[in-house]
Design a protein around this ligand. Structure first.
Ligand SMILES: Cc1cc2nc3c(=O)[nH]c(=O)nc-3n(C[C@H](O)[C@H](O)[C@H](O)COP(=O)(O)OP(=O)(O)OC[C@H]3O[C@@H](n4cnc5c(N)ncnc54)[C@H](O)[C@@H]3O)c2cc1C
Length: 485
């Protein structure tokens, strides 16, 4: 079997296929140092359904009694996972794909763990210490050891140990198709084209976010100006190859996952910085645009449920940027990414001084905006970052629904963000039970399977944080076993 790609979805397909005894070849267009796709750029945070602390212990046997005693892991039942998927996708997620994703998430975590992938709780990002206790929120509790790099290294090690072959610097360019079935793949390696015969091919080569022409064509004008958060190698090849032989397209082709990302970040992700250019602590502050105005409810929900759609909102602002503003009261809640060296940040002792430093912003309007916002905060409600505290604003056109605090305690800080695209939502139509690619008649194409970012129909408009890795794991595993079976 041939698997195109060497990210999380591809590795899960490879492991599952190898379990059946199939001989497995993975093709990765990057060289080894840049391999691993977007999966290597992640924090390794992974969403799955669980019923309570015992499920967490089973997946993290290294947890100490002390950690358990000061942590409220809560639960994340399948019902809640369904609710989150349906709510954030505005009830558009394909119910059959969603069912596989949700109902297979727990067993897939155990399968990964049994293979040798290790997990740990996401203290600090997904739980804050309040009155001596951590309380997890937002349905996102575990991450892979070593984050994305650790996850890809673990996958690679498992592959090596189980006899899966990985060929780097080899780009799949075309499917070998005889009009009835896919029988292999044409690759470019060392400057030459070569056909590789295979019983089946699993496409796991990511979305088209790194292809600025496709971005502009499908997401719309302005999207060529977005920065790519992750790998430069996901240019839509797998989608194109399948469409060329008559595969059916599916999903939200004009939609994508995009976040607030340092405005001066490079065109593509930088593995030395990883996900550090993101700026996800906006629920504790406010965001203003070039007109000095707030434009979005920063506290509409836990950041896990808003961050993936706010990149688009930032792209739509004049000049395609925003400034995130914080004062000292919530600085301690800022995520690590606010302390990296490569950050676009200004600070000042007073708001008036800060206003003069916000590049591109109407400073008079900004000061008016902050004054109006400060007056509107309902301080009679207590602030609590671990729950949706309902501490909002009253009477503003753009409300802040939770975690509102007056911006009044200097020194003040501001961070400039633009739009960083993570991955695209449109892709190939697959059979939800087998991950086999379907043609225009919605009939399975013999020998062709797909998993991960390039599958269409799972995400629309928005996305619950940590679902990308689980999506790749569930459908990668299905594709691997079905294609080898
Ligand atoms: C900065 C950042 C942080 C993120 N954080 C998280 C997180 O914490 N949790 C989470 O769940 N999701 C996160 N995501 C999203 C997540 O990375 C993706 O949803 C997921 O990793 C996609 O996996 P995949 O295997 O489909 O694609 P990828 O991991 O991108 O793998 C695709 C592979 O295909 C290869 N490829 C492409 N074209 C070809 C070709 N023609 N021939 C051969 N190989 C090819 C690429 O080189 C790559 O190795 C994050 C993404 C980014 C960018």
């Amino acid at each position: 079997m041939v698997i195109v790609g060497a990210g999380n979805a591809a590795f899960c397909a490879a492991h599952a296929a190898r379990e059946t005894g199939a001989s497995v070849l993975m093709l990765e267009c990057a060289d080894e140092s840049e391999s691993g796709g977007n999966s290597r750029f992640t924090a390794g945070a992974i969403r799955f359904a669980y019923d309570g602390v015992e499920d967490i212990r089973a997946l993290c046997p290294d947890l100490s009694e002390e950690q358990v005693s000061i942590t409220d892991f809560g639960s994340y039942p399948t019902d809640q996972f369904y609710d989150d998927m349906f709510r954030v996708t505005r009830y558009r997620t394909n119910p059959d794909l969603c069912e596989q994703l949700v109902t297979r998430s727990t067993e897939t975590m155990h399968w990964l763990r049994d293979k040798g992938v290790r997990f740990m709780p996401i203290y600090g990002r997904q739980a804050f210490k309040v009155d001596g206790r951590f309380r997890f929120w937002g349905g996102l509790t575990l991450e892979a050891w070593g984050g994305g790099p650790g996850l890809v290294d673990a996958h690679t090690e498992i592959a090596k140990q189980t006899g899966i072959e990985i060929v780097y610097a080899t780009r799949a360019v075309e499917l070998v198709y005889d009009g009835a079935a896919v029988t292999g793949v044409r690759v470019r390696h060392g400057g030459a084209l070569q056909d590789i015969a295979a019983r089946s091919v699993v496409l796991a080569s990511g979305g088209f976010q790194s292809n600025s022409e496709w971005r502009t064509r499908y997401l719309g004008p302005g999207w060529e100006l977005a920065k790519v958060r992750g790998t430069r190698f996901n240019t839509g090849d797998g989608i194109r190859m399948a469409l060329e032989i008559g595969a059916s397209s599916a999903g939200n082709w004009s939609g994508c996952h995009a976040v607030g990302w340092d405005n001066n970040a490079p065109e593509f992700g930088d593995l030395a910085v990883g996900d550090g250019f993101q700026k996800h602590s906006y629920p504790w502050g406010i965001m203003v645009n070039a007109r000095g105005r707030r434009f979005v409810d920063e506290g509409a929900d836990f950041r896990n449920y808003t961050y993936a759609k706010y990149g688009r909102v930032i792209l739509e602002q004049p000049g395609q940027f925003a400034w995130q503003i914080f004062d000292q009261k919530t600085k301690h809640l800022q995520r690590d990414e606010y302390r990296i060296k490569q950050v676009t940040k200004v600070s000042a002792d007073t708001l008036e001084a800060l206003a003069t430093k916000l590049d591109g912003v109407d400073s008079t309007a900004f000061l008016e905006e902050v004054a109006g916002y400060n007056q509107a905060v309902d301080t009679s409600v207590a602030f609590d970052p671990n729950v949706k505290d309902g501490r909002g604003t009253i009477g503003l056109d753009v409300p802040k629904s939770n975690w509102a605090n007056p911006i009044d305690t200097g020194p003040f800080e501001a961070y400039q963000v633009g739009c960083g695209i993570t991955f695209t939502f449109g892709g190939l139509r697959i059979d939800p039970a087998t991950a086999q690619v379907l043609d225009h008649d919605h009939a399975p194409i013999p020998g062709l399977f797909a998993a991960g970012e390039l599958v269409g129909g799972v995400f629309y408009f928005n996305y619950p944080g940590g679902t990308g890795l689980m999506n790749g794991a569930v459908f990668g595993r299905l594709a691997g076993s079905a294609s080898a079976g």
